[in-house]
Design a protein around this ligand. Structure first.
Ligand code: SAH
Length: 247
């Protein structure tokens, strides 16, 4: 019986890949993932067997990974960032629950990775030093009404927000719609930031206001940060005070 690692490899640069992730990829005979992600790890481990067809959906890919592990191979399913945060780890467990007896017995090992909130936050400064929520604006798997409800609830609680999947070609106005909901409760000058292509060519970080963010075009390689009422700009960085008293 093989092992199935589910591992996030961080934002994309090798320095931000954890040691445990590297060990899992070294141990793996078969590496499975979306081709855009697999392209990032292939140069590090060129001699592995890859299953990375762009056409295959997530469910089919994860089923195939379980089948390969049940057949005795050591398999790694790769995701960007962390595999448990908008990643494949939950789907692997769900599929193993209903799988054939052989696949049910596969040992699943989740390896943590540096999620975009952490890697993007570091580039912006220290935006997540107090209570925060992550919300994905993708309505492919979640009804938009529920996303709206969660945005409003986060604003009511004065949480810092970290927004994943803020937009794409099809969903070009979703960030604008989200900002409009937040602006009902948050000040237009709330300090915000966004980071593009973390750990990849074209990496860029911007600090802005909520009013300006509303009119900003973002793509699917962007993570957005919206401050709480105490978040400030310090030397061009986005900083949410932890609350320490100091001079
Ligand atoms: N499992 C991933 C998240 C996958 S959802 C993680 O833990 O980071 C995909 C979204 O994550 C993207 O739309 C973007 O908002 C964010 N993201 C992931 N990698 C990124 C990167 N290298 N640069 C900027 N944003 C990234």
């Amino acid at each position: 019986m093989g092992k199935l690692f589910v591992t996030g490899f961080g934002p994309g640069n090798p320095e931000n890949m954890t040691y445990a992730c590297r060990q899992a990829l070294e141990a793996a005979e078969v590496i499975v993932g979306y081709s855009g992600y697999v392209d990032l790890v292939k140069p590090l481990y060129p001699s592995k067997t890859y299953m990375d067809t762009p056409m295959m959906g997530e469910v089919e890919r994860c089923k195939e990974a379980l089948a390969q592990a049940a057949a005795g191979f050591t398999v790694a399913v790769v995701c960007s960032g962390d595999s448990g945060i908008y990643g494949m780890a939950s789907l692997i467990y769900e599929l193993s629950e209903t799988a054939a007896p052989g696949e049910k017995a596969v040992e699943i090992i989740v390896i943590p990775g540096i999620t975009a909130a952490a890697s993007g936050g570091a580039l912006l400064g220290a935006p997540l030093s107090h209570d925060f929520v992550t919300i994905s604006l993708s309505d492919l798997l979640t009804p938009w009404e529920l996303i709206e409800k969660r945005l409003a609830a986060a604003a009511t609680g004065d949480f810092v927000l970290c927004i994943y999947n803020p937009g794409s070609i099809k969903r070009h106005d979703y960030l604008q719609k989200a900002c409009d909901i937040l602006l009902q409760q948050k000040a237009p000058d709330t300090v915000c930031g966004y980071v593009k292509n973390i750990g990849r060519p074209g990496e860029e970080a911007f600090v802005t206001s909520l009013a300006q963010l509303r009119n900003t075009k973002v793509d699917m390689f962007t993570t957005v940060f919206i401050g709480n009422s105490r978040t400030r700009e310090i030397g061009g960085k986005m900083v949410t005070p932890r609350g320490y008293f100091h001079d």
